[in-house]
Design a protein around this ligand. Structure first.
Ligand code: COA
Length: 278
């Protein structure tokens, strides 16, 4: 089960013929991850709620050349049967899955007293239950040993952040699920890790959490590296975690955040607090 040391880095990052399934893959960071794997030769399945967004994402992926092999499946990660059907169809089309990425997420900014029980549950359903559903349904279709699961977490999992009670609770669950499944699935040769993207430019998350030039500038200035990250920064970590270079890495929750988590989550709370009038 030990991974051989690759003879060169280009071999380590060659995913030719590998099947990568990305839940939430029609936009943002997840689409960037799908694109990075496709460019490295992988066959890519993306799943998302909206057929329209899937079609746009597939068109973008195919801009990278005729040899890009990509397919899309409409499902809501909150619905286990729908997720299971999407994974079954993807398995039928491209074969056993080598890498499964669980990245579907929902968010809105509101104080706990400004969200209903349903509002809180909606985000927990998408982020935490959705991740369980995707990995639970994927397990039977993974190429074992050697398959890799990558969950997309968030800084809110470890930084208590005002006006983000739902996301903090859900993503803390995602981190713990990552660690538990790493233990349970280690004997199958399946590695389970998570990436924690910090403020990544050109994403729905940053648009929601830092709307407007002032909020954007404050957010960028709060990052020790002094800038927003890029979707490529996160995609490169996904390639790294899926590669044999990380063959002994499991249960890891890896920040890709320019050091921003070192500063905690209170700044975001203060910034959005003014906006929600709390
Ligand atoms: N403040 C308070 N409650 C809110 C809210 C807000 N800004 N936005 C949504 N909610 C509540 C709704 O009021 C509803 O609860 P209610 O019926 O008790 O009033 C509950 O959340 C569900 O909302 P709904 O719009 O029906 O759910 P949905 O499944 O269509 O949407 C969300 C899910 C709420 C997460 C929505 O923001 C979304 O679809 N986001 C997708 C994209 C995204 O968030 N990306 C960022 C990733 S970081």
């Amino acid at each position: 089960m030990a991974s051989p040391v690759p003879s060169s880095l280009s071999v380590a990052f060659d995913f030719t013929g590998r099947h990568v399934f990305v839940a939430g893959g029609s936009s943002g960071i997840n689409l960037g991850i799908a694109r990075a794997f496709a460019r490295q030769g992988a066959r890519v399945s993306i799943a998302s709620r909206s057929g329209e967004r899937i079609a746009a994402a597939l068109a973008l992926l195919r801009e990278d050349g005729d040899r890009i092999d990509a397919e899309g499946y409409a499902c809501d990660v909150r619905d286990y049967d729908g997720v299971d059907a999407a994974l079954a169809a993807a398995h039928e089309r491209f074969g056993e899955i080598d890498v499964v990425v669980s990245g579907a997420a929902g968010n809105f900014v509101a104080p706990a007293l400004g969200m209903s029980s349903k509002g809180f549950r909606t985000v927990v359903d998408i982020d935490l239950i959705g991740t369980f559903n995707v990995l639970r349904a994927a397990h039977a279709r993974l190429r074992k040993p050697g398959a890799v699961a990558i969950n997309i977490s968030a800084p809110q999992a470890s930084n208590p952040t005002a006006y983000q009670a739902h996301v903090c609770a859900a993503k803390a669950g995602v981190d713990m699920l990552t660690r538990v499944l790493a233990i349970e699935w280690g004997s199958d040769g399946v590695r389970v890790n998570a990436i924690v993207p910090g403020p990544i430019d050109d994403t729905e998350g940053v648009r929601r959490l830092a709307p407007g030039d002032d909020a954007r500038a404050a957010m960028a200035a709060s990052v020790p590296l002094g800038r927003f990250g890029s979707v490529a920064d996160v995609a490169h970590m996904a390639l790294m975690l899926a590669s044999p270079l990380c063959g002994f890495v499991t249960g890891a929750v890896v920040p890709v955040d320019g050091g921003s988590m070192l500063r905690g989550g209170r700044d975001l709370g203060a910034a959005v607090g003014a906006r929600v009038g709390a």
